[in-house]
Design a binder for this molecule. Structure first.
Ligand SMILES: C[S@@+](CC[C@H](N)C(=O)[O-])C[C@H]1O[C@@H](n2cnc3c(N)ncnc32)[C@H](O)[C@@H]1O
Length: 231
């Protein structure tokens, strides 16, 4: 309740009375559909000052659930062939969502030990009946130095890093693709470094999509580029 009153006061200060009143229905929907409120987890955007984020990061934000599910379903692949790997897994929202599909493994790699600890805790708390993967593996480390596991991989990136780290991640991926005759899919959401993947000779763009809300206003909600390794 205190949380609600604090938000109300902040909105009155920022937006004035009429705009605050107009925003109330949207906020009610927001609160009712809030992921953490529903599942008792902590995947919200706020991070503590001492979260120890890397220097070249793009900030922390959990994957939007509807967009995540729309994207994974659009891939039309059998998840049981793939290990799902979220590079820059933060508090683990995408890992929780990925556990709804029968992936071979669900693995998150996160630089911040603080956020990674929260992700591991969330994995224990998350008891959604649709969960298909019991064990979520959380690894604390630099995504650019992470040794990718064998077999087919679905690499998930939600705008995690800037060019310098992406360069190392791509070099790592290229090695993984050459080492083995496996399929690698890369799902890159909000792809700010898309030009780097477009140029990578070992990847081909499968599709790029700008998702918008349904209904009349069709507001943009996210952009997703999907790549697969060239055979
Ligand atoms: C936008 S958040 C994505 C969170 C998560 N993938 C999700 O969708 O719920 C990006 C995360 O990438 C992490 N990150 C940035 N650079 C990293 C690196 N070099 N190695 C591992 N994680 C990194 C940040 O700490 C942050 O938690």
């Amino acid at each position: 309740m205190k949380d609600v009153l604090d938000r109300l006061r902040a909105s009155l200060r920022k937006n004035g009375l009429w705009r605050t009143l107009r925003l109330i229905p949207r906020n009610i929907v927001f609160v009712l559909t809030d992921f953490d409120r529903k599942y008792g987890t902590n995947t919200r955007m706020q991070v503590e000052d001492d979260a120890g984020l890397p220097q070249e990061h793009e900030g922390y934000e959990g994957a939007p659930p509807r967009l995540f599910h729309r994207t994974i379903r659009s891939l039309e692949v059998s998840p049981d062939r793939f290990a799902f790997i979220d590079l820059g897994s933060g508090k683990g929202r995408a890992l929780l969502l990925a556990s709804h599909y029968p992936f071979r493994r669900v693995i998150g790699v996160e630089y911040s030990s603080r956020l990674n600890g929260i992700a591991a805790h969330n994995a224990r708390l998350y008891r959604h009946p649709g969960r298909r993967v019991r064990e979520i593996e959380t690894v604390c480390g630099d995504a650019g130095a992470y040794e990718l596991p064998p077999g087919d991989l679905l690499i998930y990136l939600f705008n995690p890093f800037k060019a310098a780290i992406m360069e190392r991640v791509l070099a790592n991926l290229e090695r993984a693709v050459q080492d083995d005759s496996r399929e690698v899919l890369v799902v890159y959401q909000n792809p700010t470094q898309r030009h780097m993947l477009d140029r990578a000779p070992f990847l081909e763009l499968v599709h790029y999509h700008e998702y918008r809300t349904r209904g009349l206003r069709k507001m943009p909600i996210g952009r997703v580029a999907v790549y697969r390794s060239r055979s």
